[in-house]
Write a protein that binds this ligand. Structure first.
Ligand code: THG
Length: 379
């Protein structure tokens, strides 16, 4: 529906500090994420995919907004939001943490960063967490300010990301552990840089706190990466499906629980200090765990030639029975098949189960497989 029509841009489709550089590089398209522009590609989906796996890219992911919790109750509110135990979230660490409501349903799946004793950044996927968190803080009379901070993430992703980062920020950046952050000198500031990012190829995310430095940072990275064939890029549909990285709003929504989403290892169900008073959705998720989930996130291999990626959920069936839906699907040029992420009914979850996918242009045979796909796992 409407494929190929241009996106109308206005004040609501907010720009980023890098938007002029992104536009000058000639993106193939934009999407809107957290009410902000997110480019979706530059040289074409497959070309961008191979380049991301082999070289290094700079991504404008400023749309990963930082919902800042600041004040005495910052950590208390952060813990209330998520069912992951944050007691080990010390300064210098980040954690992928499901945010759920009181019924244990997914509100968002952010990365939570402990910036300071009384300052936390919730790096959100595409839903309005500031409203949810601000409402909880107000309703519970917590001593915490909830704002969308002036912070503008820029990602450096790909196997050569360490070399580019070292050239710009110094060799010490190579020592950063996965989901750790530290500050590195740049342009008279000390930028918060984490080893993280929405690809399985490795790299960094730079949390720029001064929007006026956007071009300066972008240009320094592009210049340092010139010999390493750096290119502007974007989260890549093929790469992230192969890697099993979930997209909130596509693969999971408010209807789903973190267990259905396969996020079990980020749910601290056995932590006794977590109660509905300290972690809003914890008992709902515990109850679901004891009953067992009725559906689950799975990989799918879809037969036949290259499909057009879905713009709406595609139903799944076995015989006449509706058994789930596909949220993301694309042709993998490396695996020479269509790969997909689907929510599949419990009875049909086993690897090798044959199912039917009702795509926008017809029915296809498909097979349930494990995530990530072969060769797609994090390096
Ligand atoms: N970076 C930042 N913010 C973000 C994203 C990001 N906000 C939105 C979105 N991405 C959140 N979703 C994810 C999903 C998966 C991961 C990170 C953010 C991820 N998962 C690791 C994996 O699956 O390999 C495991 C993480 C862990 O072990 O804790 O990286 O990309 N700033």
């Amino acid at each position: 529906v409407n494929a190929g029509a241009p996106l109308s841009i206005s004040r609501r489709t907010r720009r980023t500090p890098y938007s002029d550089r992104v536009q000058a590089a000639g993106p193939t398209g934009y999407t809107v994420y957290n009410h902000m522009l997110l480019p979706t590609g530059f040289a074409g989906l497959e070309d961008d995919y191979w380049h991301l796996r082999e070289a290094v890219q700079v991504w404008d992911v400023a749309c990963e907004r930082q919902v800042q919790l600041a004040g005495h109750d910052a950590m208390r509110l952060a813990q209330l939001l998520t069912v992951r135990d944050l007691s080990s979230l010390t300064i210098g660490r980040c954690m992928y943490a499901p945010v759920v409501d009181q019924y244990g349903r997914m509100i968002n799946d952010p990365i939570i960063t402990r910036v300071d004793d009384e300052r936390v950044w919730v790096s959100i996927a595409d839903s309005d967490v500031a409203l949810w968190a601000g409402g909880l803080a107000a309703g519970m009379a917590m001593e915490v300010d909830v704002t969308e901070a002036d912070v503008w993430p820029l990602a450096l992703q790909g196997p050569l990301a360490d070399d580019v980062a070292a050239a710009v920020f110094g060799d010490e950046v190579r020592q950063l552990g996965f989901f750790r952050w530290a500050r590195f000198a740049f342009g008279g500031e000390h930028l918060l840089i984490a080893r993280s990012g929405w690809s399985a190829q490795g790299g960094f995310e730079i949390y720029l706190e001064d929007a006026s430095m956007g071009f300066y940072l972008w240009d320094a990275i592009v210049q340092a990466g010139e010999e390493l064939d750096i290119r502007p890029g974007a989260p890549n549909l093929i790469e992230r499906i192969e890697g099993g990285l979930l997209s909130y709003g596509n693969d999971m929504t408010r209807e789903h629980s973190p267990l259905e989403c396969g996020l079990d290892r980020f749910c601290s169900l056995d932590t006794v200090s977590l109660t509905p008073q300290t972690s809003l959705g914890i008992d709902a998720v515990r109850a679901e765990a004891s009953l067992g989930v009725t559906r689950r996130i799975r990989g799918l291999v879809i037969d036949g030639d290259a499909i057009t990626p879905p713009t709406e959920a595609w139903p799944l069936s076995v015989g006449d029975i509706a058994i789930g839906s596909v949220g993301s699907a694309v042709w993998s040029p490396r695996l020479s098949t269509n790969v997909a992420i689907a929510m599949v009914g419990r009875r049909w979850c086993a690897s090798g189960t044959a199912v039917l996918v009702h795509t926008s242009d017809g029915v296809r045979d498909a097979t349930v497989v494990d995530l990530p796909f072969p060769g797609g796992a994090r390096r």
